[in-house]
Each structure stands twice: as C-alpha cells, then as structure tokens.
Design a protein around this ligand. Structure first.
Ligand SMILES: [Zn+2]
Length: 539
C-alpha cells in the first residue's frame, strides 16, 4: 500500500488574510460557517471524472482535509474528462497527481492520498472522514464501500453516469444521529400505510366511502369519454390540418427569449445607493456605501481594495459611520427625559442591544461584498449549472450542423434548488408584447427608484443613472393611465415645465405607477426609442 500523508502547511499572516478573502462570496450564503469546512474532512473514493470534479469543488470551497483513494494509473483516454490530469501524466497514480493539482488550486488544503483498494484501507482512515463520496465505476466496489459506511455509520454520497444519463444517491446509515426528516411528512407516511392495512369488518364505513369514490371516478371518466373527448378530437383534427402552415412557423423552431421572462428589468443598484446617500445611513451596508463616498471626497478617487492602506482607511471611515449610527439609534430610543429615569445598567443594556443589532467590526470581505454589490456564489452550484449549459450547448452544436444527438431540453427552462436538491422544469411562453422578440418596436421598460421627495428633474437623473441619458428639453412625460402631462418643455403654461414639482406631493404619483417618456423635436429623430415605459418606486 502506498500512503502519502500530507505535511501541515506553515501559514504566514499574509496567508491568513488571503485564505479568509478567498471565501468572501460563499460567506454570503444564508447560514454559512466557513469553520465547518475548515475543520471538515471529505473522503473521495475514485479519482476519475466525477472524483476529479468533486475534489476540485471541495478544494475551491476550502475544505480542511481531503482523503483521495484510487488504485488506477492515468491513461490517455482519461484526459478528456478527468480535469485534474494533463498530457504527460499518463502512467502516474491518479490520487497522487490529483493531490498535486489540488494543492496548486488551494495550498491551504491538507490532502492524504492512497494508491490502494478501498477494501484494504485501515478502518481509521474511514473514521477520520466526516463524509464519504463514492465516485466509482463498478458495482462491486460500490457494494463494498456501502457496507463499510453502514458499519461505520458514515454518511455516503453515491453517484454515477452512463452516456447522457446520471444519478446521485444520498445514503444515511441507521444510527448516524442526523435528524433531518420532516416530522409531519413521516407521520403522514405511517398513517397512509396504516390505512392500507385496515380491515373491512372494523371500518365498514371507510370501505363503503372508498367504493363510492371509485364509482364516481368511473362516472367522471365516462362523461369525459362521451362529451369532452369528441370535441377535443374534432378540434385536434382542425389544428392538425392547419398546423404546418399556421402554427409551425411560430412554434417549431423558437423559444421564448430572455426578455420575455424579464419584461421589466430590476432597478439599477446605483439608484438605490443614490437614494440612501441623500440622508443618513440606516443600516450596516449603507454605512460602508457612505464611507466610500467620504473616502472619495477626501482623496479624490474611490478606494482601491487591493491596497491595504486604502482598505484600512475605508474601514476606519465605515466604522465611524457605524458608531454614529449606533449613537443616533440610541438617542432615538433613549431620549434625554427617558434617560434620567433609567439606571446605569439599563442604559448599558440598551447600548449592548444596539451594538448587537448593527453587528461586529467590518471585515474586508464584507466591505468588498457590499461595495461591489456582490451576490452569494458557491462552486458546487456553479458546477451544476455550468455543466447543464454545456450539455445543452453540445446538443445544439450537433443540431446546427444538421445532426441529432438529442433535442434541446423542453420546456427550455430549468431551475435548480440546491437547498432541497430539486430540479424544476418551467414552462415559458413567448410574449407577443416582448420588447426584444415580439411585435412592439422602439419601446423600452425601465424601473427607477427615487427618493420619497423626488421632483420631475430627478426622473431624468434616475434615467441617466440607469444608463438612459436623456436631454430633458426634448422629452415629454405623461401618465398613460389618465393622460395627464407632467413635463412638457415646449408648453406655454409654466406649470408643465417646472422641474422642481414634486412627484408624490404635487403630481400625486403613487409608487409602482407607470409613466411614459416620449421624445419630441430633435430627439424624435435621434432616438431609436419612441417610448420609455417607466415604473417609479419610492424609497
Ligand atoms: Zn422575447
């Protein structure tokens, strides 16, 4: 048996910083705790196509330790799937080469690798693992591993692929202590099975009711057969006759487009930031946004998050904003007249609670996530979604070249929920009023967020922030619902060209109301848009 135990990596201060920054995006996932991964040990049996992918995922996510087991040597035909191996690696043990490559991806990882049969590994090796992953290619090895995991009460994830198909099985042995099932669902299952065991002598009523339901169902079927199906059949014959000419051109070769699903894009994040900066920060995120603006005012440029001293300065400013926010909230909740009636302990309790509400000191990762509007991201889900994209692209590649190894997925939209391990195929329809693929031309939908006291001029400002820079002297603003005019630069009556008229107070524009921006004069010729439909949300 060849065993290679990994030597512990000597961490420098710089390493500690890099290590924590690497995981900034996944830390945004609800309930995340990087320490769980850091202290975790995952054992992967089989370092082939699946094993390479799985090991790569855990290395990237920052698992503390990997145990790789494989008895195979790298062959040339492995190089088309087993992404940790390169030409020139042929003949070397898979587990050993994989360990080297994974260390290049993440040097902070500890990896033991075994060039040995899984059946011959000492029990202690299995016992060290929190989770065992089977990435094997034959039944016998899977059966043996299954037996070992059940004996040691180790949770195991089993998977395999054949051609265009694949499966995953989660195996939790009895006595694992992992209480995870839904109590009500389990109760319901037992109730259902007990219903099947009832005796007719004890529950005659129940059996009679079931019999009646059965008869009614028969009757429903009968009605369908006699009165629904014939009509359906007749319509079907009509459609079939017309199909090739009338329907096929619009259905057989096209799907809904992206815009069909997103008729109104969500407002630009910069709009929200612009709104919050008019006032005082009210939460943790806004303190950092404000700090960035303060930084820019002081130094004439935005902070460069690659420069330690600028990060430090930004953190100081954000910390200061946060401190002021805490003081404001304290003063709001404990006004001077109330303060007199409180004991020193009660005041401290208020302060502690406020301290807790707004969280601890800022870390670099958090500030970076806020300022960059970063969203949570994790390697496992990236792998799943990217691979589905590749699979669909592969089939289309054949199709565009006049060959067929399978149609595009139908319905053409799939949603994956990694929390529940669930795929949902979603029916999407092409919209006739789609601004990209429908019959409507020259229109654009925009959603803007404005401060609660915004005026007409702010609409043009918000449009500009959203990427639509319009000269207010050549655009008209109207309300398509009641035909009112809010802004007309060519009007004789000055009430139609007052940029400071308040949207809410004076024009009575409600949140989520749609207004139209229409080009006039020169803009009518220059703009390829002949109408913006703008949804206004107040903040
Ligand atoms: Zn469309």
């Amino acid at each position: 048996m060849i065993i290679k135990k990994d030597m512990a990596y000597k961490m420098t201060d710089r390493d500690e910083i890099t290590k924590s920054r690497m995981y900034a995006r996944q830390q945004l996932i609800e309930g995340w705790n990087q320490e769980v991964l850091d202290n975790g040990c995952v054992m992967i049996i089989g370092v082939g196509a699946l094993g390479c992918e799985i090991a790569k995922d855990f290395a990237l996510m920052g698992v503390g330790k990997l145990i790789l087991v494989d008895l195979d040597l790298i062959e040339t035909s492995n190089l088309s799937r087993q992404m940790l191996f390169r030409p020139g690696d042929e003949g070397r043990p898979k587990a050993e080469v994989a360990a080297e490559r994974l260390k290049e991806m993440n040097p902070y990882l500890e990896i033991d690798h075994y060039f040995e049969k899984l059946q011959k590994l000492p029990t202690a090796v299995y016992e060290e693992a929190d989770i065992v992953i089977a990435a094997l290619d034959n039944f016998n090895a899977r059966l043996d591993l299954n037996k070992i995991c059940i004996r040691l009460k180790k949770p195991m994830i089993e998977g395999g692929t054949v051609g265009f198909e694949g499966h995953v099985q989660v195996i939790i042995p009895e006595g694992s202590g992992l209480q995870y099932k839904d109590r009500n669902r389990e109760i319901e299952k037992i109730v259902e099975s007990k219903l099947w065991e009832l005796s007719e002598e004890v529950y005659p009523d129940y059996f009679e009711a079931r019999e009646r339901i059965y008869e009614l169902e028969e009757q429903i079927e009968q009605i369908k057969r006699n009165h629904i199906d014939p009509v359906k059949e007749a319509i079907r014959r009509e459609v079939e006759e017309e199909f090739d000419e009338t329907y096929a051109p619009n259905t057989m070769d096209q799907t809904a487009c992206y815009r069909c699903l997103v008729p109104i894009p969500p407002p630009d994040n910069k709009l929200v930031a612009a709104c919050t900066l008019k006032g005082l920060p009210r939460n943790r995120d806004q303190c950092v946004i404000k700090a960035e603006v303060d930084f820019e005012k002081e130094y004439g440029h935005k902070p460069d998050l690659n420069k330690d001293e600028e990060v430090f300065k930004l953190k100081e400013l954000a910390q200061q904003e946060l401190e002021e926010l805490r003081e404001r909230v304290f003063d709001e909740n404990v006004p001077p007249e109330k303060k007199e009636s409180l004991t020193a302990e009660e005041i401290q309790e208020w302060k502690d609670n406020i301290q807790k509400t707004f969280g601890p000191d800022y870390q670099f990762e958090e500030m970076e996530n806020i300022l960059g509007n970063k969203i949570a991201a994790i390697q496992t889900v990236s792998s799943i979604i990217s691979s589905i994209e590749s699979q669909e692209a592969l089939k289309l590649l054949f199709r565009v070249n006049g060959r067929d190894i399978g149609p595009p997925m139908e319905p053409p939209y799939i949603n994956y929920n990694g929390v529940y391990g669930q795929f949902d195929q979603i029916e999407v329809s092409k919209r006739d009023d789609c601004l990209a693929c429908g019959d409507v031309e020259g229109e654009e939908n925009v959603q803007i967020v404005v401060p609660f006291d915004a005026d007409v001029a702010y609409i043009f400002k918000a449009m500009k922030i959203s990427g639509h820079d319009l000269n207010r002297n050549s655009w008209l603003i109207t309300n398509p619902r009641n035909k009112e005019i809010y802004w007309d630069p060519n009007a004789n009556n000055p009430i139609f060209k007052d940029p400071e008229v308040k949207l809410r107070g004076e024009l009575k524009l409600e949140s989520n109301e749609i207004i139209s921006l229409i080009p006039i004069g020169k803009a009518k010729e220059d703009s390829n848009i002949n109408k913006y439909n703008v949804i206004i949300t107040y903040m």
